[in-house]
Structure formats: C-alpha cells, structure tokens
Design a protein around this ligand. Structure first.
Ligand code: ME8
Length: 510
C-alpha cells in the first residue's frame, strides 16, 4: 500500500468551468480512483484561484464585489465537479483564512531566508495570463498566448531571487529524471532554466484583491505567488507539520502545458527557498483544441471560442456523465494536444460504449437469463480469455502508473473486443443449455467482472451498474485490486438482469 497526493490546477473564478477545466479534473479524479482501488492512501485536491486582477476585473464588469463574485463562481465549479462525479477529498478556495495563513507563513520563511528584496519593476503585464513579459518575449508588444495588448507597469515591488536557484534546479532535474513528465515537457522546463533565470516581482500595490504581504501591508502578493502555495495549504503548511511530512513526498501536480514555467521552475525554487523539498512529480498535459484553437475562458471572453456551448453540464445532459468522462480520458493521450468535437464524443459513444461494452453486457445477460435460468456459471481456470485478461491488467497497471489513462483504457477495450470475439466464435445463443454453454458464459462473465474493475476509475457509475446486472454483490471497488484482479473469481451471487441498454445509440446526425 502506498500513498498518493494528487492535485489539479486551481481554476480562476473569472468565469464558469468549461470542458478544458473538466479535462484536468476528470483525469485527476480517475488517477485518484485508480490509486484508491490499489488500496493506496489517497488525497485528491482541487479548488479555485480567486485573487488577482483578472478575477477582480471580471467582478467589476459584472457589478459585483470580488468576494461575492468569487463565492458564486467557485460554487459553479463545485456543482460541475459534483455532476461529473469528481470524488475530491478537499476543495480549496484561495480566499479562505487557512490559505492566507499558509501563504504568509511560507513567504515569510522565504523572506527570513533572505531570498526576497525590494526593487522597482518596470515592464509589461498580461491580465489574462496574470503574468509579466519582457518586450523580447512579447509578439510585437502583444501577449504571445492571448494576442492581447500588454499593460505598461511601473511599481515598487518585492522580488524573489529566482536567479539564485538556477544551479540547484538543474541539479534537481538531473537527480530526479521523473520530476516532470512526459519527457518532452521535462526537456522544455530544463531548457528554460538552462537559458538563465531572472528574479521575479512577487507583489503588487496597484491592486488590493490578494493576500497581504505580512512585512509590508501596502502590498498584496502577485496572484501566482499565492496560488501555487495552495498545494501546501491543503496539507496543513504552517499549521500541521505532520500532515505536510505525510503527504508532501507523495505529491503529484497535474497541470496544463501553459503553466509549466510556474510549476516546474518557480514552484520548486520557491520550495527550496522556504527550506522544503520540491513537489515529487509534475505531469503536464496538452490542450483540448477546437478547430485547432485552445479552448479557454480567457480567449472566450476575448471573443474567440464560445465556451458556453460546451459547458460540462450540457455535455452531461446530452451523453450522460460516464460517457463524457470516458471520452475525456480515452480520446487523447495525457500529455499531447487533442481535438475536441461533438462528433468525436458521439463516435466514441457509439463505437466503444454502445457497440463494444454495451453490446457485450447485453448479449451475455440475455443468454444467461434465457438459457441458464438467470444464474451466471463460474469461469474455467484455463480459459483462453485468461491470458487476454492478464495482459490487460498489466497494461492497466503500467498505463495508470504512468499517468496514461488512454493506454489503460485501450487495454481494457481490447479485453472487451477479445470477449466479444470469443462469444462470436462459440455463438452461445445457438447452443443448448449444458456444460459447454456454461463454460462459455462463465468465462465471458469473468471477463466482464474484470472489465468493471478496470474501467471503474473512468466510469464509476456504469461499472457499478454492470456489476449489479451480472449478479454480483457490492461494487467493483470493494476488494483491493491485488485480490480482485485474480482470474476465476466470478460467482453468480444474484439473478442476472437483462436491463435496458446501457448506452442507447445516439444518432450521429444531431
Ligand atoms: O491557469 N485543454 O487557471 P485556469 C486542456 N489559476 N486543459 C485546459 C484547457 C484546454 N483547452 N483550458 C484550460 C490557471 N485547461 C491558474 C492555475 S495553479 C496553482 C493556478 C485546464 O482557470 C488546464 O489544466 O486558467 C490548465 O492548466 C488549467 O485549466 C488552467 O485553468
């Protein structure tokens, strides 16, 4: 039994959640569920990033005080995550007193350690990124990500001596080759450090919506500088040293590729400056794109893609929660960019879910109901499906461990395919009741039992339903995986239920 602490980025509360934020959250949830299945002690953290200029501007635009606005928007994230069956252990809001306390203690420690000094900042700022740019890094004076105008800024600020950590960071990367995955993203972060690090401005006086700097209350911390610390707030930084020691060595941050620099350069340096080890692992995923364009709240607000068309709730109403989860996990390898389209969701639904999984369960339940008096027979210990199941199990372990739900699900669906092929080869619907039929059906039921366990991190609701329909008591995740993964355990405990189609086909001409 191990320990697994997984986090999503905390989402800005300038607007409602969308499919992009759902993508990170569903992936983190499935990874957390996999580790719970293994019997690991798991903590899964998500939440909302509520300070900074972007949120304060959005509130003003809507005629609200920032706190009131952020209370409402944060609640919309919780609603969306509930609807997506996200089983988080903690939902952090950066406006909570516990977070202010941890931020002030953490940055206070960096200040005490001599890595913070005062200077004048002069440069360019992108409100959408909540980030500073040099003229060189801009594209014709515009933001390289959003293409929007950058604001000239001149402020007396507190700075963090990031430059002092260049060598230590390079050494850390060399000593911990798996600190950042996938490797391409690790190389990107490494090259960035190798290219030389400049000190960064970490406070603002031009806005007041933020965490106050404890040694200079005219200033608030720059939003990124407070946000990153949420990962420590949630495990009790500054309040409960034992909790920090318990979880921090097992930390895994799942993030989108646009926030690599913050998580893979600044954050480990900040931890070092505060006298803490960096997080143990950062996994960077790509973007979901619509027609080649990134799908994000800030771009939608600036007149790009209309995200309200693809809010998680609308997708759930159209396809059901588990099919949406399945699509987000299965379609794109967690590390690459992927194209998002409704045609794509419909296609996956009709092929993988309706034709393959749904059809398998329906066929098996119908034959058992009609020819075996509704009681599932036991599997053969030397079934030809056994080797297929065992290799699917190994591939699942590899896939989930390596933050690759796509490859895990591919393996599970190849077991589904093999089981459908096994049924076609034996055509039990043409067989007379008797031992030969029982053998075929017992093997197919055992494969379905294993599929319900393997697919449960992706589709918890559907897998429980399949488990029940094949006459098993409890749920697929009641027993630890080390026990439940062993071939041959299917015992029809209850009456098998034919039931309505699990995934009624959706017309592709919607
Ligand atoms: O950056 N495809 O918050 P944010 C895939 N508050 N994932 C996407 C996506 C897309 N098109 N669009 C957004 C922030 N995401 C900061 C983070 S963490 C200490 C602070 C996901 O609301 C992806 O995970 O802009 C990305 O990193 C995150 O949403 C950005 O969310």
């Amino acid at each position: 039994m191990g320990r697994f602490y997984i986090t999503t980025p905390i989402y800005y509360t300038n607007d409602a959640p969308h499919v992009g934020s759902a993508y990170s959250t569903v992936n983190a949830d499935a990874l957390a569920r996999w580790h719970r299945l293994l019997g690991d002690e798991v903590k899964f953290l998500t939440g909302t990033d509520e300070h900074g200029q972007k949120v304060s501007d959005a509130a003003k635009k809507q005629g609200h005080e920032p706190q009131e606005w952020t209370d409402r928007t944060s609640a919309r994230f919780r609603e969306a995550w509930d609807a997506l069956n996200i089983d988080y252990d903690d939902f952090i809001r950066t406006t909570e007193p516990r977070h202010h306390e941890s931020v002030q203690k953490f940055l206070g420690a960096i200040y005490e350690n001599g890595y913070i000094y005062k200077d004048v900042y002069q440069g360019l700022y992108c409100v959408s990124c909540e980030d500073y740019y040099t003229l060189d890094a801009s594209v014709d004076g515009k933001c390289p990500i959003h293409g929007s105008a950058l604001t000239e800024m001149q402020e007396e600020n507190w700075f963090f001596k990031l430059s002092a950590f260049e060598d230590r960071l390079l050494e850390y990367y060399t000593d911990h080759p798996e600190f950042v995955t996938p490797e391409t993203k690790r190389n990107e972060a490494y090259s960035f450090i190798k290219g030389g690090l400049r000190d960064i401005s970490i406070t603002r006086t031009s806005i007041s919506w933020g965490v106050k700097v404890p040694w200079d209350e005219e200033h608030v911390f720059y939003v990124w500088y407070d946000a990153l610390i949420n990962y420590l707030t949630a495990i009790g930084y500054g309040r409960d040293d034992e909790e920090v020691a318990k979880w921090w060595p097992y930390s895994n941050h799942l993030i989108g590729k646009e926030i690599i620099r913050f998580h893979c350069v600044w954050w480990p340096a900040m931890c070092m400056a505060a006298g803490l080890e960096p997080p143990s692992h950062v996994h960077v995923h790509g973007w979901l794109l619509i027609g080649g364009q990134k799908l994000s709240k800030t771009m939608a607000a600036e007149g790009g893609v209309k995200l309200t068309d693809i809010a998680p709730m609308e997708l759930i109403n159209e396809y059901g929660v588990d099919p949406v989860r399945y699509y987000l996990l299965r379609e794109t390898s967690l590390g690459n960019d992927g194209e998002f389209s409704l045609e794509g969701v419909t296609h996956r639904y009709n092929t993988d879910l309706a034709n393959n999984l749904g059809n398998l369960v329906a066929r098996v339940c119908t034959v058992v109901a009609n020819k075996c008096e509704g009681r599932g027979p036991s599997p053969e210990s030397n079934s030809s499906l056994r080797a297929q199941a065992e290799s699917a199990i190994e591939a699942n372990i590899e896939g989930w461990t390596r933050f690759n739900p796509q490859s895990a699900l591919e393996a599970t669906w190849s077991l589904i395919g093999a089981t459908n092929a096994y049924l076609e080869a034996h055509a039990p619907w043409k067989m007379e009741p008797g031992e030969a039929l029982d053998t075929v059906m017992g093997d197919a039921l055992e494969a379905i039992r294993l599929v319900s366990i393997l697919a449960s991190p992706a589709m918890p609701g559907v897998c429980e339903e399949i488990w029940r329909r094949i006459g098993l008591a409890g749920t697929p995740t009641d027993a630890a995986f080390a026990e439940s993964r062993v071939w041959g355990q299917y015992r029809g405990e209850g009456i098998i239920e034919k039931g309505a189609p699990l995934f009624p086909r959706i017309s592709s001409e919607r």
